[in-house]
Design a protein around this ligand. Structure first.
Ligand code: PLP
Length: 371
């Protein structure tokens, strides 16, 4: 039997928590009711969906509504719809950070077709936005500012609370992609919308959600039976909702234990990869993400040589699409430095031995390139 590789790609996706699997099984096997049916089976499923909704929402600010969606990408697309009402009030500008995930960048770009100006705000060499510069870009024509909490490629944490304050000073909305921080990094109360994804928190793939502050108008994204208050029609999956809810509850229950574990793994990794340079801020970062580079390393070759470790060359999304990492480029790194960068992502189910073994395998493969 082939041995499974050591999994160090927890930003791309996370393994399903056993507790989440257990929570989902009855909704796949026994309780098949449609949560939108009026009879007992349907009402039972609907009640479970609402419990899950509360579990997921409890890690987000108060005074909002949570809409389930098929992924965070879908949730982000849903959230952008809020700009339509603002355009009617004369606001036609959307600002996104240069380091946003494609789900935000490409969605923003698509709004050019709706008559919006789309501006990308640069990030500094540490990956963090300058609030002073951003403050100069936001004006009374701005409808929406989108900025992520934790970057998926380099792990840096943006000053989201201050960004939301700047947006609000000019009457704009603030959409935050909290996918990589939800359940792990504090989410400020003053954001207007937040997009999340279950498969990044040891939950199932195929479900995400958009949290929206009360009073914000969203146009329906999918027409049909009127589910999710008419915003996103389509039958919800009680199994996926329950899995998401259980995964969120576990993040809350295990918050301190998980954080201490990630700290231990990150400390170990920094020692094991001491010859490498960290991309992005050293301190303002989520410790489960280590994006590092080493001069002269051919990462394409490294990835084909190293079969025993699952890791990423830059973002999984970027490498999946064959596009070079726009985030590492936005840091001001040279093409050669980008090509010698790898991303290691640690999670709840990694052990210290994983880090020791993976670093040995990777560093030996790097040494072999030098011979
Ligand atoms: N935003 C960030 C920061 C991500 O890391 C990802 C996934 O890689 C997404 C959005 C998209 O999430 P989903 O896979 O649920 O569409």
């Amino acid at each position: 039997m082939t041995k499974e590789p050591i999994y160090l790609d927890n930003q791309a996706t996370t393994p399903l928590a056993p507790e989440v699997f257990d929570a989902m099984v009855p909704w796949l096997r026994d309780n098949f009711g449609n949560p939108h049916s009026a009879h007992l089976l349907g009402r039972k499923a609907a009640a479970a969906v609402e419990v899950a909704r509360d579990q997921v929402a409890s890690l987000l600010p108060e005074n909002g509504k949570l809409f389930f969606a098929g992924s965070a990408t879908e949730a982000i697309n849903l959230g952008f719809g809020a700009v339509h009402a603002l355009k009617a009030a004369g606001r036609n500008k959307i600002i996104v950070l240069d380091s946003e995930h494609a789900a935000v960048r490409d969605t923003a770009q698509s709004y050019k077709e709706h008559g919006f100006m789309v501006e990308r705000h640069p990030i500094g060499p540490d990956g963090i936005v300058s609030l002073e510069q951003l403050g100069r870009m936001i004006d009374d024509k701005t409808a929406l500012v989108a900025a992520m909490l934790v970057n998926n490629e380099i792990g840096v944490i943006q000053p989201v609370e201050a960004i939301a304050n700047l947006a609000h000073e000019h009457g704009a909305l603030m959409l935050c992609d909290v996918v990589q921080g939800y359940g792990r990094v504090a989410i400020p109360d003053n954001i207007d919308m937040a997009a999340i994804s279950a498969h990044k928190i040891y939950g199932p793939k195929g479900i995400g959600a958009l949290w929206v502050r009360e009073g914000i108008d969203l146009p329906p994204m999918i027409q049909g039976g009127g589910q999710e208050k008419g915003i996103r029609s389509g039958t919800l999956s009680p199994a996926l909702c329950n899995g998401f809810g259980r995964a969120a509850a576990l993040c809350a229950e295990r918050h301190d234990v998980d954080a201490a574990h990630i700290q231990t793994l990150a400390d170990k990794a920094r020692t094991c990869f001491a010859d490498w340079t960290i991309n992005g801020a050293m301190d303002q970062r989520y410790l489960g993400n280590l994006n590092i580079r080493r001069d002269g390393v051919d990462v394409a070759r490294l990835m084909s040589d190293v079969r025993g470790v699952a890791f990423s060359a830059g973002s999984a999304c970027a490498s999946g699409s064959g596009r070079p990492s726009h985030v590492l480029a936005a840091l001001g790194l040279e093409p050669a430095q980008i090509k010698s960068s790898i991303r290691l992502g640690f999670g709840r189910y990694n052990s210290l031995e994983d880090i020791e073994m993976a670093s040995k395998i990777i560093n030996e493969a790097v040494e072999a390139q030098r011979i």
